[in-house]
Design a protein. Structure first.
Lengths: 99, 611
């Protein structure tokens, strides 16, 4: 998994490439959670994300909670069909802002 | 490492002795070379002196004749030839007898007016064509007026033998040249003289002319026949500058002879007599040096090697089991530093090994505890089959294959009352101890609430709210809880974000898809939708966790839902146990040795008949 960050004024875009599973989730969490301290908007680009496990979902959930606490919107864009299926199945589709 | 072992001590000795030996040899070579140069110089001096004596001989040979000739010249004009011949005939033998070496003394008048010899030879009377002006002795004398000089060899008119003549012009009191006076020397006599002038014991001496032709030689056949330049393979340039050449162990000395037509005195000798100097004192000195150096190197060597040996002995005692060894070398040099460094190293090593041993023990303890935790976790799941041997209306089987570490999967089933069977399958997000702890809480809460008579929907709504409290770690659980009404086959269930089960009706498996609800522990006060299906006779329900569909092979491919559906339909009409084992086998086959990353949990329920 590789993580790329692009900053456009207050909007931080985090692009993830590869698999977000138990072994890589911690790295993603270390990038995502502190980002809420500075950014005014966070966009997660999942175009190149091939797989997300429950550990990855947990980080998204933690981000979702942080987003509410800090009042910093977190959006997810370019979600593939496979990932959408996981979001739908777990009910995350109903709580996350998926564009 | 080298095949041979050389101790440092040995190397110090070898180096030291070798050095002394090399210096001695160099010293000897320089000494010999120097003495050779001294010898050459010495030899040259001898040669020059010899030539001086030779020259003196030549000068002296003519001295009495010159006196006499000068005396005769003062009155010679006053007498005629006959009178002069008579006078000279009386005088010359007296002069020449003083020099036995010389054959004849001649005196001639410049204008040919008279010619007298110490013998009674009279060329003018026997040969009318004889002309003294054309004779070599006359010509050589006239070329160097006033000087005593010597001719090149020529044939004597009287005897026919080869001779040279020492000659000088004769002048009267006014200095006017009146004639020539000369003494003949036959070559065999000259050879005798030269042979005596050896400058080395085993040497030979020659006279050579301006071209290198032998004038004298021990082998008389070579005289005026052979050339020293060819014999010795020398360059002609040696005749222009005198000196010494060293060749094939022989010294060749060339010295020009004064008052000759460019003659050279040549002496050849091996100089063995000079080289045969006594080297014994030098060799004794060298021997003393070597012995002294060996003693010094032994003393020095043992001073150096003793601490090294001590160091080696001490270090070789060292083993992992015994790090208390300290090296006792307290010298103030590199060895001392090495010893102190070594001691520090063993001390550090001791500390480091102690630390790592402690850490390893700690790790082992944690590992052991985790194993116990895993066992506890597995033992919390019902694992005795058949689970309800006296209930023939249904069959249930489940298995959990934990991944390497403790995980968060679980299943559960229990009878709420005689007619109701509850079945649960769940997956806690993440792995490790946090997931395991969360799993225990979730399982306990679900079972407790289910047993108190609440519907599946009510159970999940309550459990969800309880799990949401203080869930700082953002853990969550996907789960299915279903109640089977045993008499009717009615199956009432809720699905909190879990993988859809497979339902086998009319002989084939298909997805049991429902509108999904959110996983547990994410958001409070969620309302869960309750679904109802009826399991007819022979129908089967198969529930699993994502450890099945998301099993990965070495290429990174997922087992996926599609494959699960196909595989499930390949193992129809087996017992539930056989069915689940077969699915597990398929997953293993797919993984092809890739490590199992997640717990693999499966639960199958079969309706055998309705009452």
């Amino acid at each position: 998994m590789t993580i790329n960050k692009t900053q456009d004024k207050g909007k931080l875009t985090i692009s993830i490439e590869g698999k977000l599973d138990a072994t890589t989730a911690q790295e993603f969490q270390d990038v995502l959670i502190p980002a809420f301290d500075d950014a005014r908007e966070i966009v997660l680009d999942f175009e190149k994300l091939t797989y997300i496990s429950s550990a990855g979902l947990r980080v998204l959930l933690a981000g979702h909670k942080k987003s509410f606490a800090k009042d910093v919107p977190m959006k997810i864009i370019n979600v593939s069909e496979d990932i959408t299926e996981i979001f739908t199945m777990t009910g995350f589709a109903s709580i996350l802002s998926i564009m | 490492m080298s095949k041979f072992f050389y101790s440092i001590r040995f190397r110090i000795h070898a180096l030291n002795v070798g050095l002394v030996f090399a210096i001695s040899v160099a010293f000897l070579v320089i000494f010999l070379e120097n003495s050779r140069r001294t010898n050459s110089k010495h030899l040259e001096d001898i040669a020059k002196k010899t030539v001086q004596y030779l020259n003196a001989d030549i000068q002296n040979a003519l001295a009495p004749a010159i006196d006499m000739a000068n005396y005769v010249a003062t009155f010679a004009d006053d007498y005629d030839l006959e009178q002069n011949t008579h006078i000279l005939g009386k005088m010359l033998p007296a002069v020449s007898s003083a020099f036995e070496a010389y054959y004849g003394t001649t005196l001639s008048r410049f204008d040919g007016g008279w010619f007298a010899t110490a013998t009674d030879w009279d060329p003018y009377s026997t040969n009318p064509n004889w002309d003294q002006l054309k004779r070599p002795w006359f010509i050589y004398a006239m070329q160097s007026p006033g000087k005593i000089t010597i001719t090149d060899p020529y044939e004597d008119s009287n005897t026919g033998e080869i001779c040279v003549t020492i000659v000088k012009t004769v002048a009267d009191s006014t200095g006017k040249i009146k004639g020539v006076v000369g003494v003949d020397i036959f070559l065999d006599k000259l050879t005798e003289i030269i042979n005596e002038h050896k400058i080395t014991e085993d040497g030979k001496s020659f006279l050579v002319d301006a071209n290198g032709l032998y004038i004298t030689h021990q082998d008389t056949s070579k005289i005026l026949e052979n050339n020293i330049l060819e014999d010795m393979k020398l360059d002609k340039s040696i005749l222009k500058k005198q000196g010494i050449k060293f060749r094939d162990g022989m010294y060749i000395t060339f010295i020009a002879v004064p008052n000759t037509p460019n003659w050279h005195f040549v002496s050849i000798g091996s100089l063995k007599s000079l080289d045969k100097m006594d080297l014994t004192p030098i060799l004794i000195i060298i021997a003393i040096f070597i012995v002294l150096s060996i003693i010094v190197s032994f003393v020095l060597g043992s001073r150096i090697s003793k601490p090294i040996k001590k160091l080696t002995d001490d270090v070789s005692k060292l083993g992992l089991s015994d790090l208390d060894i300290r090296v006792e070398v307290n010298t103030n040099d590199e060895l001392g530093i090495l010893a102190r460094t070594f001691n520090k190293m063993t001390a550090d090593l001791e500390v480091s090994i102690e630390t790592s041993t402690r850490e390893r023990a700690e790790k082992e303890r944690i590992g052991a505890e985790l194993n116990v935790a895993k066992d506890i976790q597995v033992s919390m799941l019902p694992c005795l089959f058949p689970a309800f041997p006296h209930r023939t209306e249904f069959d249930i089987y489940a298995s959990m294959q934990p991944a390497k570490e403790v995980g968060g999967d679980f299943y559960d089933f229990f009878l709420i009352d005689d007619n109701t069977l509850a079945a649960v399958i769940a997956d806690v997000s993440g792995k490790g101890v946090p997931a395991a702890l969360f799993m225990v809480i979730a399982k306990t809460l679900i079972k407790n609430n289910a047993q108190s008579g609440k519907s599946p929907k009510e159970v999940f709504e309550i459990v969800n709210n309880l799990l949401c409290e203080n869930n700082e770690a953002s853990m969550f659980v996907s789960a299915i809880l279903g109640y089977l009404d045993i008499p009717t086959g009615k199956f009432t269930f809720v699905n909190a974000g879990h993988n859809p089960p497979l339902l086998r009706t009319n002989g084939r498996f298909n997805w049991l898809k429902t509108e999904p609800d959110l996983v547990l522990a994410v958001m409070e006060n969620i309302s869960y939708k309750q679904h109802e299906i009826t399991l007819n006779r022979g129908d089967e329900l198969f529930m699993y966790t994502d450890g099945v569909t998301e099993a990965v092979n070495n290429k990174g491919d997922l087992f996926n839902n599609q494959r699960l559906l196909e595989v499930a339909n390949n193992y129809l009409d087996l017992s539930l146990r056989e069915f689940i084992v077969s699915i597990k086998c398929e997953v293993d086959k797919f993984a092809d040795g890739a490590e199992q990353a997640d717990d693999i949990t499966m639960l199958a329920l079969k309706m055998k008949y309705h009452k």
